[in-house]
Ligand binder design. Sequence first.
Ligand code: FAD
Ligand code: ZN
Length: 459
Amino acid sequence: MQATIIEQFAAIVGTGNVLTGAEAASYCADWRKQYAASAQCVARPGTTEEVAQVVRLAAAQRLAIVPQGGNTGLCGGSVPTGTRPEIVVSLSRMNRVRSVDALNNTLTAEAGCVLAELQRTAAAHERLFPLSLGAEGSCQIGGNLSTNAGGVNVLRYGNTRDLTLGLEVVLPDGRVWNGLRGLRKDNTGYDLKQLFVGAEGTLGIITAAVLKLYPLPSASATAWIAVESPARAVELLAALRSACGDRLSAFELISRHCVEAVLAHRPGTRDPLAERSDWYVLAELTDTGEQAALAVMVERALDDCAQRRLVRDVALAASQAQSAALWQIRESIPEAQFKNVKHDVSVPVSLVPEFIARAGIALDAVFPGTAVFCFGHVGDGNLHYNIGDAALVAKASEVNRIVYGSVAALGGSISAEHGLGQLKREEIRHHKSALEMELMQRIKQAFDPQDLMNPGKVL
Ligand code: FAD
Ligand code: ZN
């Protein structure tokens, strides 16, 4: 008797690693529960060779493949679409750090390694893996690579793309490309690895990566700063970078609305400053030298900025616990306003204040008095710009037109961090030229002529 397709997948990955029905449900709905559709099964391969065999079997059966990491993505990229027979390939069992080369400042990890685990591994070797984001306890490096994740340290260390030296990828035909090179210089033609970074699983399955490490900081300073306006925040950014150089590793803008939402959502949270301000900055500086030396430098720089009226008031963390409490406020903002109309946009850093003013005026004209939760990585020109409450979600497309209109007017991007997935797949056509879309289609066609890899996402 011929084996069923489920039995054939089980023969590759083991019976316990093919999930169907209720067992598969959590893999088939996204983190925000905006997208859910069933799959034929969820396969959980444990090795690159198993991934390759799963892909070959799926290709032979014309089953579309949805790669999945921690399933924390925010645009429906990691779950089935329900429009054709699909399987989810979860990388979570591929969670080995293959090697650490401290002298080369690199770490080679499998795709299913949870980001926080990689940070800990690097620290155990007295190195820093600087990628850091709110979902770091659940998201996996394969997902970070596939979304080119950003987070709070991009200002200093770049995004995931900048941290990637090499990749191992299972291609849509089941062949394995071993590009696990730990080279900082390699000018030998097209940089193929960068095509897979940010591809959201549409070109192949990343199974391992060589990642850059940095010196582990021994000193840090965390400042919660009240500023008069976003314009002052951007000037403050420039002033702090001049005074402290690359020590400035994070610079987050936070509106009062966001603070209020966190205070309501997390009882017991302490408002860091007695006097209210419409805008705050959370800045983090780190160094490899003495703690006292960094503290003196930061205090001097902030004093100087206060004299120039760039700073209204400051709370400087006096301990790790205080620093963690300040970051807790920042990290709690997404969950404190869970359901509303969300945007993840970027403009040139210098135009951040103009974007906030422009979009705010345009929104208020159509939806008077609607709350705007504006926060994010202003050091990278990237704002999370979330509007209203659950009731406004029905009018999301009207809100999007207004926000994306302001983004377009300032030469910005409609997705600075989270990617396109299913959520912005249609929208992006209004923002890229026909030529750019055609080039992306041709790359997709070259890698995946049968359209098996995560169809219905990105393109
Ligand atoms: P998944 O959600 O599982 O997958 C994301 C995409 O990558 C999907 O298209 C999937 O098909 C594909 N994929 C996953 N693994 C592979 C693989 N091995 N090979 C090929 N394709 C693959 N993002 C930021 O950039 N910055 C932030 O600051 C940030 N903060 C967040 C805070 C919270 C609270 C949450 C919930 C999310 C946040 N995100 C942020 C979004 C999300 O965490 C990132 O997009 C993250 O990189 C996704 O990783 P993941 O392992 O969960 O990937
Ligand atoms: Zn972010």
